[in-house]
Design a protein around this ligand. Structure first.
Ligand SMILES: [Zn+2]
Length: 61
């Protein structure tokens, strides 16, 4: 699946440039504000196979 991540800081939406095939968590950098977003993909997300993850959080670095 392809995930769309919405930044909680600036609400910028961006596509995750990697294919997600199994539940995992990773970080992406917002292209707008350069904030680091933690993205969690659960088995549920994968089974519903939606394009949207909607679970991004601002991570502390
Ligand atoms: Zn942002």
């Amino acid at each position: 699946m392809r995930a769309i991540v919405t930044c909680e800081c600036c609400s910028h939406r961006q596509a995750v440039a990697r294919a997600i095939r199994s539940p995992e968590a990773f970080h992406v950098v917002c292209h707008e504000c350069e904030g680091v977003l933690r993205v969690e993909v659960t088995a549920d997300d994968l089974s519903t196979a939606q394009k949207s993850v909607g679970r991004s959080r601002k991570a502390r670095v």
